[in-house]
Ligand binder design. Sequence first.
Ligand code: HEC
Length: 116
Amino acid sequence: MLVSVVFVSFVLIIFSCSRKSAATSSVSKKESAAVTMYQSSVKPLIALRCSPCHFPADGGKKRPLDNYDSVKVMAADMVRRVELNPGERGFMPFKKSKLTSEEIAVFKKWAEETAK
Ligand code: HEC
């Protein structure tokens, strides 16, 4: 756990060149980093790749992935599923093409963020 916290903090420091390194160490900063990442990259990606099936407002009947809390709870399973290949049991997005490695990396990074 500590190793992953240190690792993710380190990655965050590298990615946010302009931020002060000390800023990533407090609990509230970690939570806000997860919220910021959800808003800026996770939410748009889900809207693009997981709709309409997971968006009740669009008639989706599958587990809602249209809000932070729901996506946070499902983070690990989402990563597991998008890493499968088309045709494998549980693969997502269902019957569509596999996400790019960049898109999968966004889910993975965010899952690590929420797991802290
Ligand atoms: C075309 C419709 C469709 C799209 C697009 C789609 N899904 Fe799904 N999703 C399904 C179906 C159907 C199931 C139920 C079958 C199953 O569990 O494998 C499901 C189930 C799931 C579950 C399990 C839900 C539970 O209640 O346990 C997760 C997590 C999930 N999808 C994630 C995703 C993610 C992440 C994306 C986008 C990258 C995505 N899905 C895109 C149709 C879709």
